[in-house]
Design a protein around this ligand. Structure first.
Ligand code: ADP
Ligand code: MG
Ligand code: ZN
Length: 562
């Protein structure tokens, strides 16, 4: 959600005087905002002050803010800590589940661990070891082929680990996989969207898993229908009375604000202040229409909110029945935040009442990032497995091989699905969807692309694509590409994206030339096994998609060991 890179100061990197002035101004505004946020955090969770020196804010998203802090150790030296302050309106079970993923599965095999957790009222702060990391976009084109192999290998080590625990991360993307290039250290973070497999070893994920069913249909749209016009600005009401009365409205503003917040979030992803759109697809330059059906062809993903209510009521009953034994003390503590709501009857006790348990989760915005979602997620297949994380890893791999990030850029699921079709083929997508019980309609047929050719073309490695040819800044390209169904059309789209990258980079810097130094090391001899692995990750059918364990044994990683 929050992208650290986006907040890292960029002191006049491009060396243009006019830009520098603007940047200095923006930085000052940002600094005073950060200072205020740190003060507010210290007020909200005062016990932090005696343990940490909070230095900076390194990430801010819809559901959390992350700070860099230092802790004074007895030995005399300081230890760097990342403090993740979860938004106070997060569901207690959700918070506890995130924490449990970190404590049970984390701390080894490239999965982030946790050091402490603090709570005051409904403010929860998770303290983790700090891992300094790169912005994906900044380093993307400077990675050697060997570094890409190492990156993917380490990602699969992390995924194998969490999948063994029956955790489906559901938000695998570069900003959630921290990479320290110099130290060759990696860490999978952010279990804020995680769900459990049917046999998950993470007790608390059994609860969020149930809620995901509701999530499946209701995310984005159904909740948006509620229609509260709220803004997202300052989510944390300070005093408790206010807190109780405003909780509902605050929550709903979130679900609504998501519609506005999401594109920003996606665009911001590791972008360090540059609003360069490097995705292969833009929203508007895309005109394949598709629709998905399950029960009836006319039904899209929008269902009446009534359905959702019925489901959530059922859920409330179910959860109450199992609550006592399954919720640990962390949950109880976290849950006590809502205790002052008048109708609640667990205030001051150590259990969680049914009212607190049945508080609706913020399911709507917690949907991951469309560009990384697997086809079975996009088509709302109810049976989602760890395979969805492997798809997301495949999308990261696609970025690494093509040099484009984000690769898919879509703010809704159908657009994302249509974009997948242009790479993997419409017939192939429709056929795979049938295998998992979804019927997808597509207005025109697009062929599957050869992954090697696609990546080499986007990277500019092939001999005939002009690298960084010039278009007027802001020119949206690629629009008519999918109008045409012959193979050249999709080629045209890709090279149009290439052009738009060049022009937008120039445009963003207002005429200041920006030198892009690409690392060519190893890129001239990319072996076929590379694209074989990519093909297996981007397998449209989750049932046959490669697992993390199998990926580690793939010939692409020959002579690498963990
Ligand atoms: P969110 O749920 O808001 O996305 P994350 O857990 O993904 O929260 O954290 C947001 C950002 O904060 C990450 O993308 C990363 O840049 C930074 N971050 C999170 N945890 C750590 C950590 N342990 N060390 C360093 N940076 C971190
Ligand atoms: Mg995140
Ligand atoms: Zn209660």
């Amino acid at each position: 959600m929050a992208e650290a890179g986006a907040l890292s100061p960029l002191p006049g990197r491009d060396g243009c005087p006019a830009d520098d002035a603007v940047k200095r101004y923006e930085q000052n505004v940002k600094l005073s905002g950060i200072k205020r946020d740190i003060e507010e955090l210290c007020e909200a969770v005062p016990q932090l002050v005696s343990v940490f020196k909070i230095k900076d804010k390194i990430g801010e998203g819809t559901f959390s803010s992350v700070y860099l802090a230092t802790a004074q150790l007895q030995a005399g030296h300081e230890e760097k800590i990342a403090l993740k302050h979860l938004i106070p309106t997060s569901h207690p079970v959700r918070i506890a589940a995130e924490l449990q993923c970190l404590t049970v599965a984390g701390g080894q095999d490239n999965v982030m661990g946790v050091k402490y957790c603090f709570r005051n009222d409904d403010h929860v702060v998770i303290a983790m070891p700090y891992l300094e990391h790169e912005s994906f976009l900044d380093i993307l084109n400077s990675l050697s082929f060997q570094e890409v192999r190492e990156y993917m290998f380490n990602l699969f080590i992390a995924l194998k680990r969490i999948h063994q625990f029956g955790i489906v991360h559901r938000d695998v993307k570069p900003s959630n996989f921290l990479y320290n290039r110099r130290l060759k250290k990696y860490a999978l973070v952010d279990f804020g969207l995680a769900q459990g497999t049917h046999d998950t070893k993470i007790e608390l994920l059994k609860f969020v898993q149930a809620e995901a069913r509701q999530d499946g249909c209701s995310r984005n749209k159904c909740h948006g229908v509620i229609g509260h016009k709220g803004s997202l600005s300052r989510p944390a009401p300070k005093n408790l009375d206010q807190q109780c009365t405003t909780r509902t409205s605050v929550k709903r503003s979130y679900t609504n604000a998501q519609i506005h917040a999401k594109p920003g979030r996606d665009g911001k992803e590791g972008s360090v202040g540059l609003s360069v759109q490097r995705s292969v697809f833009g929203e508007r330059n895309f005109n394949i229409h598709s629709s998905i059906s399950h029960e009836s062809p006319a039904e899209k993903c929008i269902k009446p909110s009534k359905t959702v209510d019925v489901i959530s009521r059922k859920l409330a009953v179910k959860k109450t029945a199992v609550s006592a034994k399954a919720l640990n003390s962390v949950t109880r503590k976290a849950t006590s935040s809502c205790l002052t709501v008048l109708t609640c009857d667990c205030f001051g006790t150590d259990r969680v009442c049914s009212i607190c348990l049945s508080r609706r989760q913020q399911v709507a915005p917690r949907a991951g990032t469309p560009g990384f979602r697997a086809p079975e997620v996009l088509t709302k297949c109810p049976d989602q497995t760890t395979a969805i994380d492997m798809w997301s890893a495949g999308v990261i791999f696609l970025s690494l091989l093509s040099g484009r990030y984000p690769f898919y850029k879509a703010s809704d699921d159908l657009t994302a699905l249509a974009q997948i079709m242009t790479i993997r083929g419409s017939r192939e997508t429709i056929q795979a969807a049938k295998a998992f019980g979804k019927s997808v309609l597509c207005s025109k047929e697009v062929p599957a692309q050869d992954l090697r050719k696609l990546c080499e073309r986007l990277r500019g490695l092939d001999s005939w694509t002009p690298r960084l040819a010039v278009d007027p800044p802001g020119h949206t390209s690629g629009g008519p590409a999918s109008e045409n169904t012959d193979p050249q059309a999709s080629l045209g789209q890709a090279s149009a994206a290439q052009r738009s990258e060049g022009s937008l980079s120039g445009g963003a810097n207002a005429g200041c030339p920006r030198v892009i130094t690409a690392n060519t090391e190893g890129w001239d001899t990319v072996p076929d096994v590379t694209y074989d692995l990519l093909d297996r990750l981007l397998d449209l059918n989750p049932a046959s998609r490669i697992t993390a364990e199998a990926a580690l044994l793939h010939p692409f990683f020959r002579d690498m060991s963990s």
